[in-house]
Every structure is written in C-alpha cells, then in structure tokens.
Design a protein around this ligand. Structure first.
Ligand code: PGA
Length: 233
C-alpha cells in the first residue's frame, strides 16, 4: 500500500518544516509506503527534515529534458540531486489549467523513470466524459501512453471527485482500477476526496493499491489516519 499526499500549491518551507517535524515524531504504520509531495520550493526542506525516516518526498511535476531553455520547469536530475524520490505526472490540474497533454505525460514519465525517479502518473475522466459514457475510452487513451515499469504507479483520479467532496463509490473505484490494470499491469492508487472516513472502504477494494490524497494530506492527523486505514486493506 502506498499513501501519497499531494500538497498542491500549499505549504512553503516554514510550514513544510513544521509538518515534517510532526510527521517524523508521530508513530507511522511501517507496512505502508508514505510519500509527501510539497511544492518545488519546499522539497529541500522536506528532504532534510525527513532524512533518516521511511517517509519519501516527491515533486508534483517534472520536465522531460535534463536541462535547457525551459523557463519555469524543473528536470529529473535536479530533483535527484535534492534527494527527491519521485514525481507526480499528469495531474488533472496540470491537464486542465496548464495544457498538459498525453504526449507530455508520456515524455515526462519516460524521462523521470530513466533518471531513476519513481512516477505517480495520474489519469481520470471528467464528469461530462463519464456522463457521456466515455470514461473507459478516456482511461484507455490516457493509459496508452504509459509503459509498464517497476517504478511506475498510476493514480486513478476521477476529475469530478477532486476537491469536491464527491468521492467515487468503492464499487466505481474498483471497476475503474480493474479496467486500468487490464490495460497496464502496475499498482493503481485512488484519488479524489479521500478522507479518513471513506479511506477504509476505498482501500479495501481488491484493485485499490493505495491513495493519492489532496486536501486531507495537509493535516498530519488526517493524513496519518488515512495511512493507518491502509494497514489492513
Ligand atoms: P483531493 O485531491 O483529495 O483534495 O480531492 C486529490 C488530488 O488532486 O490528488
């Protein structure tokens, strides 16, 4: 089981240090892989404060070139140099607001894996796509640009469930995860309004291998409650 906290555009270095100190001191389930994904400017702080613990630090994006004239982007070797373990790629907010394409997701993922980073590649349909009966086609298209790798996991995040408080039912999540796994044999995390109260049921589904948590990962207590929910799932 893998539980990753996607902090999005929250927590600068100071808040990150505070959060990571708390996380370091709290008892954590050792059988669950725990990852935090702070904004770029807070990665170094998170790596430092969590050094020597079993909590890994990942970035929220990564560029496909190793260096070059790409203003505002950050490449995999620089993340590796910081001691960062992996990166999220293709989050729906990148796709919706910053023009991320399947082609970009493919290039970022390949480059990150080649540089030795682990990747959480995000897929998921919008509400309109689900209502139009297009969910499986969208997933098929998004997953088709990815290749199996031992350091790759996919996060299934239905866009209509992200930050909305509308969680997919465990049955819907299970069905989507099984479908993704039929396309690509990698672990699949669920994401979209995962909270301590719905985590046990979602994580209990046979093809749910963990969670990518946004809002509820910003507080140590709720994040760890979700991590504990993963123990017996
Ligand atoms: P949420 O975000 O848990 O706040 O819905 C999940 C995500 O965007 O990864």
């Amino acid at each position: 089981m893998l539980i990753a906290g996607n902090w999005k555009m929250y927590k600068g270095p100071e808040e990150t240090a505070h959060f990571c100190r708390q996380l370091r001191e709290h008892p954590r389930p050792t059988e669950v892989d725990i990852v935090v994904c702070p904004p770029y400017v807070s990665l170094a702080t998170a790596v430092q404060v969590l050094a020597g613990t079993d909590v890994a630090v990942a970035a929220q994006n990564v560029h496909w070139e190793s260096e070059g004239p790409f203003t505002g982007e950050v490449p995999a070797p620089m993340l590796r140099e910081l001691g960062v373990y992996g990166a999220i790629v293709g989050h729906s907010e990148r796709r919706q607001h910053f023009g991320e394409t399947d082609e970009g997701v493919s290039r970022r993922t390949r480059a990150a894996l080649a540089a030795g980073l682990s990747v959480i590649a995000c897929v998921g349909e919008t509400e309109a796509e689900r209502e139009a009966g297009e969910a499986e086609n969208v997933l098929r298209r998004q997953v088709s640009v990815l290749e199996r790798d031992e350091n790759l996991v996919v996060a299934y995040e239905p866009v209509w469930a992200i930050g909305t408080g509308k969680t997919a039912t465990p049955e819907l999540a299970q069905e989507a995860h099984a479908f993704v796994k039929s396309l690509l044999d990698v672990p699949v995390l669920y994401g979209g309004s995962v909270k301590p109260d719905n985590a046990p049921e979602l994580l209990a589904q046979p093809d749910v291998d963990g969670a990518l948590v946004g809002g509820a990962s910003l507080e140590v207590d709720s994040f760890l409650a979700i991590c504990r929910a993963a123990i017996h799932s």
